[in-house]
Ligand binder design. Structure first.
Ligand SMILES: [Zn+2]
Length: 228
């Protein structure tokens, strides 16, 4: 089979058909899966699954012909119910003209795979690497108001996509030293590393990085609310 991708969304289309949105290393593609409802292929074509597939050109939509399951990430959903759907919702809503998505595709596969180890850590890695790749990572070392180092301050403030000294802004959204340390560490890694971090720190880091993604890309992600 000549194509490979992760199903990030499916919607009903006519009575027994669905439209699948598939994220591949060449970007997103939409295909109609005819007669999928109630058919054998339904269980393969769930959100989060990695499939190999073929299609033929149709008038309005391309039509799925062959499909083989490569990795059934969806079947693990009971262990980390929100994580798979968060990653897929983010990529289904993130729109841009780009035909080379090799980096994001590999990041998605790696992150889905890492959910079986530490699901929350995998989401933080994904968010930070995504922000970095898109060129919108905030400065984790310097306060944008006074241009002094953040490292000596115990309590900093996260506001409008930047991190400030608490004395440099009127906002009260604190960001912990541990959260900043974790974000710095992940920024310094080229790949996922299994590290020990408290669940509170991971929750905070998910909150901050999801905020950054929503803010920079103008998205509203329903699934991120599950992490709170
Ligand atoms: Zn400052």
């Amino acid at each position: 089979m000549s194509n490979s991708g992760i199903i990030i969304k499916h919607t009903t289309f006519r009575e027994n058909d669905e439209i699948l949105i598939i994220f591949t290393s060449n970007g997103k593609t939409s295909l109609v899966a005819k007669g999928i409802k109630g058919g054998k292929r339904k269980s393969l074509c769930e959100v989060g699954n990695w499939i190999d597939f073929d299609y033929v050109k149709g008038k309005a939509f391309n039509i799925l012909t062959e499909v083989v399951l490569k990795e059934g990430f969806y079947y693990q959903k009971s262990k980390y119910p929100f994580h798979i759907f968060y990653l897929c919702e983010l990529l289904s809503k993130f729109e841009r003209e780009n035909e080379d998505e090799k980096y994001i595709f590999h990041l998605l596969v790696e992150s889905l795979d890492n959910l079986s180890r530490k699901p929350d850590l995998s989401i933080v890695f994904f968010n930070l690497k995504f922000l970095e790749y898109e060129g919108v990572m905030p400065d984790l070392f310097t306060c944008p108001r006074c241009h002094e180092s953040l490292s000596k301050n115990i309590q900093n403030v996260f506001y409008g996509g930047s991190i400030y000294h608490n004395t440099c802004t009127d906002s009260f959204n604190g960001i912990s030293v541990d959260c900043i340390k974790l974000m710095r560490f992940i920024s310094s890694c080229s790949h996922y590393k299994d590290i020990n971090v408290s669940s509170d720190c991971l929750k905070e880091c998910i909150f901050i990085t999801c905020n950054l993604i929503e803010e920079f890309f103008g998205l509203t992600l329903k699934t991120r609310l599950y992490f709170n």
